[in-house]
Design a protein around this ligand. Structure first.
Ligand code: SF4
Length: 153
């Protein structure tokens, strides 16, 4: 009973003392290494619009050249929507993949997508989160020998 009382008192004191501390900073200390930066309320609101893809493949039209030039680092827009951008620990690789697709091409694909996936917003979200934990993954050695790819923006 005495030990329980001490534990309760300790917990309450710790909560009281940590009230003013920065929760986001503590979250980042714990999860940045796992590639899991915090998400803002605005970002959370838009996450649902990222998930309505019906896997029709229309957004991969015209991507064969970019896919080939990427040497395997980029597998098309649909793969970024249904896989890369849905798992935050993989955002550094997904951000690297998005760099193969110019912003204007993403904008064009937004008007073709039957469920209006906001490709540019997804790319921005993925890049922002990747930047928070170290940025896009370095060029894999088997791709590094290719000519430099143009930056989309
Ligand atoms: S066009 Fe839209 S619905 Fe079709 S695969 Fe691409 S993101 Fe998904």
């Amino acid at each position: 009973m005495f030990l329980l009382g001490v534990a309760l008192l300790k917990t309450l004191l710790l909560r009281l003392l940590s009230r003013g501390s920065d929760g986001i900073a503590r979250f980042r200390e714990n999860y940045d290494a796992d590639g899991l930066p915090p998400v803002t309320a605005d970002e959370r609101e838009h996450l649902v619009t990222f998930q309505r893809c019906i896997a029709c493949g229309l957004c991969d039209r015209g991507e064969a050249g970019r896919i080939a030039r990427s040497g395997g680092a980029y597998r098309g827009v649909m793969a970024l929507v249904v896989a890369g951008s849905r798992s935050m620990p993989e955002f550094r690789a997904a951000a690297y993949g998005f760099d193969f697709v110019p912003e204007a091409v993403l904008a064009e694909k937004e008007s073709l997508c039957p469920v209006r996936i906001p490709f540019r917003r997804i790319a921005r979200f993925v890049r922002d989160k990747a930047a928070a934990v170290g940025g896009p993954l370095p060029l894999p050695p088997h791709v590094a020998s290719l000519p430099p790819k143009p930056r989309p923006h």
